[in-house]
Design a protein around this ligand. Sequence first.
Ligand code: HEC
Length: 113
Amino acid sequence: MKTIRVFFLTAVVVVLGACESNTYEEVSGYTDTPTYEANIKRIMTAHCTSCHSVNGTESGSPLETYDDVVAYAESIACKMDGQECGIMPPSGRIPQGQIDMFNLWIAQGYVQQ
Ligand code: HEC
């Protein structure tokens, strides 16, 4: 019985530790003054350009340059949200901190640098 309890506590500590490091990573990449070059481009590269690029399956809607992302910004925001116009990426919602940052970037007027 005691062994089970110790095992359970260890499992809880491991799980909590894992959550903590994820949260830290997410928060450490977050800024409330996002720019395309510093923040937005890397979100696109991490989650979108594998398909949305000149050589990808969605070459008709590339998201590789500042101009591309500005042109699709409203549609991207809607698809990242995943409620009303389908979900992107198709594998599921990206971390909320990145979605918030993208919306802030639109609200602040698409700062490039
Ligand atoms: C696995 C491939 C894949 C990935 C990764 C992917 N998409 Fe898509 N995307 C598609 C496909 C297929 C379509 C067309 C069908 C549809 O609209 O659902 C599409 C359509 C779109 C459109 C509409 C384009 C148009 O012509 O109006 C936008 C905007 C979009 N995706 C944004 C994104 C964003 C933002 C990401 C990353 C967060 C992303 N996609 C990741 C496959 C992908």
